[in-house]
Write a protein that binds this ligand. Structure first.
Ligand SMILES: Cc1cc2nc3c(=O)[nH]c(=O)nc-3n(C[C@H](O)[C@H](O)[C@H](O)COP(=O)(O)O)c2cc1C
Length: 387
């Protein structure tokens, strides 16, 4: 039995146990992958200040995100096709998050449907919306998310057109995978994945097939999604969706100070500083590098969360110390899911919470709310080396 000590251990197991097409789908960024790499390498440049002779008893990582109590301020980012990383993946991730006490965000592009996840999750989850041209579809999916008891809507702003990931094109990514000789050969080495997949009926985009006009099978689905992302998304459409939703409303994919100010003035309950994990605009700066400028622009009008590049509790600590109210992680928990299913997602959360707690103690702090810029050592010019 492998001893899991860090997120990288889960990634190694994910790579071993999941068909290459789906591991690559997770572990890739757009074009040259510069932004994907720098999301992680920029965190490494920020260092922590050690403090001694400070009482470190009675520590807590508990906090709130958009008013919701959390055992640590980390939410699971929406990730498409989780049900291809592992059979029933969305249900497994939602359960692990609920039992751990952190929010799970279900992607529009999930394999398990909203209703299915709601029926199997012990706690309400958040729903992420991609705005589609088909307004009837958008109206219907919002109503479905409300009926299923989703406690927040996360609207993604940075994917109205798809960034190109070379690996997905080369691998012929599809859900379920096409049974080509190459795929069959690769899948034959992933026995547990294959057996679990044979045992579930959830193999298509559960929120879309049977719900969007003219989408009845896999081939009509692929042409529908390619055409559907709405290139005309603007603040008036966002306002329409917010009014229709009427509940907690979170904007994801902001990476620019002016956009952040507009999002805060718009009245979002939180904004998520994100470059989609380096999957959209290659060449954009990392989220952590953009965070201080965005916090300044938002000026406390709403909560700001950091997404893209979180691989450890130390990363969460750095984001909080810079002023974020919370963080979100995508790949860190997907590695866990691909490695060990629900137990792997739980393990990823345990690993990061322990890292956050121990690092916080060694920085001389007891509560995540007390972290500040004083806990960090940052290279000169790090935040203003680009203009
Ligand atoms: C495999 C994969 C699929 C994703 N699918 C979605 C999605 O359906 N909706 C969305 O808003 N973001 C999606 N994202 C972006 C994540 O929500 C998140 O912004 C990103 O993973 C953060 O970077 P990290 O992986 O370094 O934590 C996806 C990311 C990955 C890795």
């Amino acid at each position: 039995m492998t001893v899991i000590t860090c997120i990288d251990d889960l990634k190694a197991l994910h790579r071993k146990r999941t068909p290459k097409m789906f591991f690559d789908y997770c572990e890739s960024g757009s074009y040259t992958e510069q932004t994907f790499r720098e999301n992680v390498s920029d965190f490494a440049q920020i260092r922590l200040r050690q403090k001694v002779a400070v009482d470190m008893s009675g520590r807590s990582t508990a906090s709130t995100m958009a008013g919701q109590p959390v055992t640590m301020p980390l939410a699971l980012s929406p990730v498409g096709l989780l049900g291809m990383q592992r059979a029933d993946g969305e249900i497994k991730a939602a359960r692990a998050a609920a039992r751990f006490g952190v929010p799970f965000t279900l992607s529009t592009m999930s394999i398990c449907s909203i209703e299915d996840v709601a029926a199997h999750s012990p706690a309400p989850f958040w729903f992420q919306l991609y705005v589609m041209r088909d307004e009837d579809f958008v109206d219907a999916i919002l109503a479905r998310a409300k009926r299923a008891g989703c406690s927040a809507l996360v609207l993604t702003l940075d994917l109205q057109i798809l960034g190109q990931r070379h690996k997905d094109l080369k691998n012929g990514l599809s859900a379920p995978p096409k049974l080509t000789p190459r795929n069959l050969l690769n899948m034959a080495t992933k026995t547990r994945w294959g057996l679990e997949m044979l045992g579930t009926k959830r193999r298509f985009f559960g929120n879309i097939v049977g719900h969007a006009k003219g989408v009845t099978d896999a081939s009509s689905l692929f042409s529908w999604t390619a055409e559907q992302f709405d290139p005309c998304l603007d603040w008036s459409k966002i306002a329409r969706i917010r009014d229709q939703w009427g509940g907690k409303f979170i904007l994801k994919g902001v990476l620019d100070a002016e956009d952040a100010r507009a999002a805060a003035d718009f009245g979002a309950d939180a904004i998520i500083v994100s470059n989609h994990g380096g999957r959209q605009l290659d060449g954009a700066l990392s989220s952590i590098r953009m965070l201080p400028e965005i916090l300044k622009a938002v000026d406390g009008k709403t909560e700001v969360w950091l997404d893209s590049g979180i691989r450890s509790g130390q990363d969460i600590l750095k984001a909080l110390a810079l002023g974020a109210k919370g963080a979100m992680a995508g790949r860190a928990y997907v590695y866990g899911l691909g490695a060990m299913g629900e137990a792997g997602v739980t393990r990823a959360l345990e690993v990061m919470q322990k890292e956050l707690d121990i690092s916080m103690a060694l920085c001389g702090e007891k509560r995540v709310q007390d972290l500040s810029r004083d806990n960090l050592l940052i290279p000169n010019g790090f935040f203003d080396s680009y203009a």
